[in-house]
Design a protein around this ligand. Structure first.
Ligand code: GDP
Ligand code: IMO
Ligand code: MG
Length: 422
């Protein structure tokens, strides 16, 4: 029994949902600890294919308690729509709970996200326009509303008024239409009626699960390269996807974590703006995008594709304290003649570095690559390490060395069972 954090090691979309779905088969509890419906976590199992945004990826197991934790931001309408979609596929959402301390993403946050992005003109972040940045900004400014506020209507109304006034000032500044307090309040009451019984103090629930040795998974959103503090600021999200934040966002003590699995795509992808040193603009990039179906699970935007970045992985592994790697999408590389791995960045003055520097410097680096031979044999049906092609094994072993973290899983397909366990 253990507490395991499962986090993205790159720019997001590494396959976290797929890995959590696999591990949740034997988990008692799954907690989403940060982020909101900017997430798109794809799960393919016997129930079908799902793109989860807020619902934790353990929802498919009736015995697993699924929690949207305190560190998350929740758009109640988006959650209701998503729950309806999941239920339509025959999956029970009875075991889904939301922390009363999680922040609400309000309609004005979403409006502001779009208006702020338009105002950034040439310097866009490329957000998912889900209101994530404005919601976390209100949290930091201490005028955010929390899910638990829905259960206290007077308290809610007193706080909604100044929060909305503040938002409306900015909305009108950008030429948008201000929102009405009464309409918004009525909307809140509808969310309370639909979600109220799931909004709970998750602390005793999580604490008791931990104290009784239950198996708990902490599901991350995005990846370290878009971490608010350590990522490519300002081209980042407004929360911390790193494992250090997982216990805080979930409601567990820091020393509760026994394992940290870094989810690592066998090549690199990014959606949104910002420096991406190993980006490919040639046929190899197009090959990865088409074969890997690299289109955003939330926005449908084509993902930028690149060679594997060993510098970013070393950085992710250090910051997260990975105890094991879950490599995904190895099968996408089947049939490529050769593969490149970036081992260092070269600064304009010729210095080689092996860590991710600040963003202004990162924009100037040249990636230094080593070349690895590819393999022709399909890996999709492989279920044992020994049955992988030799060149695939050496490619994976090189990733293991660059990360300084042992391989724990290799995924060779999107479906739950397409997993090699080491
Ligand atoms: P997440 O946000 O980290 O959960 O990842 P996404 O769901 O956004 O993106 C991962 C994509 O890769 C999804 O379309 C998955 O179905 C798919 N996927 C995950 N693992 C594998 C794998 O091993 N092989 C292949 N071919 N696809 C995979
Ligand atoms: P999952 O959990 C990939 C990116 C956006 C943008 C930046 C900020 O599926 O890995 P935001 O809307 O958070 O303010 O956008 O972060 N981004 C993601 N990229 N996968 C995600 O989630 C993402 N969530 C946000 O493209 O560059
Ligand atoms: Mg995703």
């Amino acid at each position: 029994m253990a507490v395991t954090a499962i986090v993205g090691a790159q720019w997001g979309d590494e396959g976290k949902g797929r890995v959590v779905d696999y591990l949740a088969q034997t988990a008692d509890m799954v907690i989403r600890f940060q982020g909101g419906d900017n997430a798109g976590h794809t799960v393919v199992n016997d129930f079908g294919t799902f793109k989860l945004h807020l619902v934790p990826s353990g929802i498919f197991n009736p015995q697993t308690v699924n929690i949207i934790g305190t560190g998350a931001v929740v758009n109640p309408q988006s959650l209701l729509d998503e729950m309806a979609g999941v239920a339509k596929a025959g999956v029970s959402t009875e075991n889904l709970f939301i922390s009363n301390r999680a922040q609400m993403v309000m309609p004005y946050h979403q409006m502001l996200d779009g208006l702020q992005e338009s105002a950034r003109a040439e310097k866009k972040i490329g957000t998912t326009k889900r209101g994530i940045g404005p919601a976390y900004a209100d949290k930091g400014a201490r005028r955010g509303l929390r899910l638990g506020d829905l259960l206290h209507s007077d308290w809610l109304k007193e706080r909604l008024r100044p929060a909305l006034e503040n938002a409306n000032r900015e909305i009108t500044h950008f030429g948008g239409e201000p929102l009405s307090l009464n309409v918004l309040f009525e909307e809140c009451m509808a969310w309370r009626d639909a979600l109220g019984h799931r909004i709970v103090d998750t602390l005793p629930l999580v604490r008791d699960a931990y104290r009784t040795g239950k198996s708990i998974l902490l599901e991350g959103q995005l990846g370290v390269m878009r971490d608010l503090d350590w990522g490519i600021y300002p081209y980042v999200t407004s929360s911390n996807p790193t494992a250090s934040f997982a216990p805080s966002g979930a409601g567990l003590p820091p020393n509760s974590i026994n394992r940290v699995f870094g989810v690592v795509k066998a090549y690199s992808t990014a959606v949104g703006e910002g420096p991406f040193p190993t980006e490919l603009f040639d046929d190899n990039g197009a090959f990865l995008r088409e074969k890997g179906n690299e289109y955003g699970a939330t926005t449908g935007r084509p993902r930028r594709c690149g060679w594997f970045d060993g510098v970013a992985i070393g950085f992710a592994s250090y910051l997260n304290g990975f105890t094991g790697l879950a490599i995904t999408k190895l099968d996408v590389l089947d049939g490529m003649k050769e593969l490149k791995i970036c081992t260092h960045y070269r600064l304009p003055d010729g210095t080689l570095i092996d860590y991710v520097p600040d963003t202004a410097t990162l924009e100037t680096v040249e990636p230094i690559f080593e070349t690895h031979p590819g393999w022709d044999e399909p890996t999709t049906d492989v279920r044992r390490w020994d049955d992988l092609p030799e060149n695939a094994k050496s490619y994976l072993k090189r990733i293991e060395t660059l990360a300084g973290t042992p391989l724990a899983f290799v995924s060779v397909g999107a479906e739950r069972e397409a997993m090699i366990v080491l």
